[in-house]
Each structure stands twice: as structure tokens, then as C-alpha cells.
Write a protein that binds this ligand. Sequence first.
Ligand SMILES: [Zn+2]
Ligand SMILES: [Zn+2]
Length: 175
Amino acid sequence: MRANAANTSGLALNVGFLLNENIGHKSLFTVDEAAPSLDPELQLSRLAGSVQLTRTPQGLYAAGRLHAGHTAECVRCLAPVPVTLEADIAELYSLASSADADTEFTISDSALLDLAPLVRELLVLDKPAHPLCRAECKGLCAQCGTNLNEAACTCSAETLDPRLAPLSRLKTKED
Ligand SMILES: [Zn+2]
Ligand SMILES: [Zn+2]
């Protein structure tokens, strides 16, 4: 695993030419990163989509949608679950030099608009809270760890029906 989280070249857009345009001018940027390294905690297989930038008095308004392949982990059995994460972008990037640069995101003095921090935030928010490999996933046995989708285990038979528990206690009393 490469740890160059700072390498976000594909999302750092050179917008110098756009800043020289009139208010309202639009330009479409396409993104297609084979192995984006936005965040070491967020493994992505591919990041693609398009973002339209519109010149505004304060800077540039970014609007678009990117999607990324991500492998989540089933909360019940820990199996890999492929999911698509989406980043719906609708954000104003103000010029760093602008007097009213009160937005969260800015365009650097060297006219670079880096979408990476915003996209990272949006993709993380889109991660499923409870990914499941399948709706009826049986999970792992809490006692022996057997993947119950693939095999049965002896302890699962004993704990399958909690109503049987009092019976087993009675048995031990009789002993
Ligand atoms: Zn599962
Ligand atoms: Zn078991």
C-alpha cells in the first residue's frame, strides 16, 4: 500500500484560464482516477465522473457527481462487500485572495482548485453504515467463529433456540 495521500493530482484542477473568464462562464472537468489515494482509511478502486465549474464573483461554483468503487466489510460475517460510493458536489470555491473568502474551500493563489478534501468528505459520508454481503447473511457463530453461511457448527445447534435453555438447566438440576 502506498502512503502518498498527498498525491491527488487528478482532483487538483488548474483553473487559471477559467478565472479570466466572465461571470457565468462554465467549464466541464472529467475525473477518472484508476487508483485514487484520497485517504489511507478509504480504499477506492476507481474514481470517475464530471464536475462543472462556473465562474462567480467570488470564485468558482463546483457542481457534479463522482462515483468510486469501494470494498466494504459485511457487519455480520466480515466478507468483502463491493459498493459504489457517490460524491454529490455542490460547493462554492472562493479565491484565496478574495476579501470575502469565507467559504470552507478556496482556490489557491496558483489557481489550483483541489476537489480532494471535499470529495473525500462526501465519499466517507456515503459509506454504508451496516453493509451486508446479502440480506439473509447468517453471520459468524459468536462462540466458535464459523461462517454460518458456509457451514454449520455444533455450538450453533445448542444455542439455536433460546427456549431450550431452561430445559437444559432442569436436566442439570436432576443430576
Ligand atoms: Zn455477511
Ligand atoms: Zn459455533
